[in-house]
Design a protein around this ligand. Sequence first.
Ligand code: C5P
Length: 232
Amino acid sequence: MGKDVIIACDFDSAKKTFEFLDKFQSKKPFVKIGMELFYAEGPSIVKEIKKRGHKIFLDLKLHDIPNTVKKAMAVLSGLDVDMTNLHASGTTKMMQGALEGLTRPDGTRPILIAVTQLTSTDEESMKKDLLINEPIDKVVMHYAKNAQTAGLDGVVCSPLEAGKVHDVCGKSFITVTPGVRFADGDVGDQKRVTTPAKAKELGSDYIVVGRPITAAEDPVAAYERCCKEFIG
Ligand code: C5P
């Protein structure tokens, strides 16, 4: 699995997204399209970005009954994205359904990864709101194992958890990690952050980087710095 930097295109319109992507004239970065952009512009935004030569991680975090997720994944697979995701808390059966739906008639499919616990969920809210009384680390590793059992390719997690996920699920189980900041950059609303270089050291397979690139004075230079630190 090749290491790569994924840019989180957290824009609310196609216009802003294309103004940003137009800056990248040589290497076409791997980009993440989230709910905001997808709900604003619909599937056409995925097709247009794909046509421009970018790989796409469609970050819609599906969670519903297995049959609904299976059918929704079949639609997303038809959009020819490279990676997509769901919530592991939807159960192993839902993840298996998703995988079936995502697999194209020729046997190929996008990479499918699971969100374990959102980084906005802490142990206290897990106990209070969800009545989950186990330590959060244990829950994250259990969900990662469930994702692996269902046949998924990996999980979204903090770079700080990447090593442990690899210990539990093996080196080839993919870790996709947001929460990345340059050593001399703004942390913003992220709580537990690491630099691209540290994420590499901790074993992340893909880093997801938003504002350190999208809000930089020179986004191309910031992207190249990320690649240099993370990929080498
Ligand atoms: O701008 P920033 O680098 O913080 O963007 C990180 C991206 O990764 C955002 O799109 C955010 O929604 C996403 N993300 C995250 N933490 C998670 C899951 C996704 O920051 N646990």
